[in-house]
Design a protein around this ligand. Sequence first.
Ligand SMILES: *Cc1c(COP(=O)(O)O)cnc(C)c1O
Length: 367
Amino acid sequence: MIPFLSFDAVVLQTKTEILQRFEQFLDSKYYVLGKEVENFEKNYAKLNQTNFCVGLANGLDALFLSLRALNIGQGDEVIVPSNTYIATVLAISYVGASPVFVEPNPLTFNLDPQKLAAALTPKTKAIMPVHLYGQACEMDEIMDFANKNRLFVVEDNAQSHLATYNGKLTGSFGQINGTSFYPSKNLGALGDAGAITTNDENLALKIKTLRNYGSQKRYYNKVIGVNSRLDEVQAGILDVKLKYLQVWTAERQLLASYYHEFLAGVGDLFLPFTAKNATHVYHLFVIQTNFRDQLQKYLTEKQIGTLIHYPIPPHLQDAYQYLGYKKGDFPIAEKLANTCLSLPLYVGLSKDQVFEVCQEIKAFFGK
Ligand SMILES: *Cc1c(COP(=O)(O)O)cnc(C)c1O
C-alpha cells in the first residue's frame, strides 16, 4: 500500500524538537502574538528574501488581506488563472472585486503572460499569479506587464515555497504576496497557518493592523479589521520545520526526477514540464492522461493513493454560477480538470515506492 500522502517521516524527524518547543511555549505563558510568531516571521522573511513577513491564520486570509491592504474592492477587476485552487478566487470575492480568468500555458499550467493583454480593462487593478503545483510562474514577464500597466501583483505562493524564477524566490516579486502553511504544503504547520511577505514596510504594518481587529494600540481601532493571527504554537512548529525546508525540497525534486525517469514514454502520459528559467519544488506531481478515471481506479485497486487537483475549475463551480460562465469557456483549464492526476510525492517516500507506482502505471497502459 502506498498512500497519496504520509506525514510519518516528517513527524519522526521533527518530533523531539517540536515537543521541546511546545514545552517552552507552555512555560512562557504567553499564548497569542508572542515571541514564537515574531521569531518565525523574522526567519521566514529571511528565508524568502523579503524585508517583512506577517503571520496570519491561514493562506486564504493572507491573499484576501493582501488585496485589502492594496485597497482593492468593489468595482475592481483582478486577473487570476482559470485553473487555480478556489482560494485564490475566493480572496478576490471577499474584497468585493471581480475575478477575470486567464487561461494557463498548457505545458506548465501556469498563468500565460502572453494572454494578459486581452484580459486588461480600465477596471483591472491587480494580477494574482499562482505558482501551481510548485512551479514558479514566468514572473519577469508578468512583472513587466504589470509595471507597464500600473497593476499590483499579489503572488499566491501557497504551493511553491523556495521555487525560483531567474534565481529569484517566488513570494518576493509582487508588492505583497500570500502563502499557506496548511499541513500538506511543502512547509506545513500542524493546523491552519499562513503569512504574507512584502518588502513594503507600510503594507506589512497594514496587515499587522488588519489581522488584529484593525488595531495598532489596544482598544483603538483604525480600520475594520479581522481576527487572523498566526497561532503561537503553529509558529513554533513552523520555525522548527523551516530549518528542514531546503533538504525536504531537494528530496521532493529527487523523487520527481525518478518519476520522470520511470514514466518517460509510457502510454499517453504528459509529465510535468518546467519552463526555462523556472524551478519546480513539486508540491504535487501532476500527470495528464485521457484515461485518467480508469487509471485512478486501477491504482486504487492496487492500493496506490492518488488525488485530482482540481476536478472542477472555478468558473464551473456552483459558487461562481453568477458570473455566467459555461462549459467550454476556458478549454485549457477544463481539459486539465478532466485529465490530471496527482501521484504520491512526499518526504519519506522511497525510490522503490516511486518505482512500484510507475510499474503499476506501466501495467495499466500495457493492458
Ligand atoms: C492551500 C492553498 C491556498 C489556501 O490556503 P489555506 O491555508 O488552506 O487557506 C490558496 N491557494 C493555493 C494555490 C493553495 O494551494
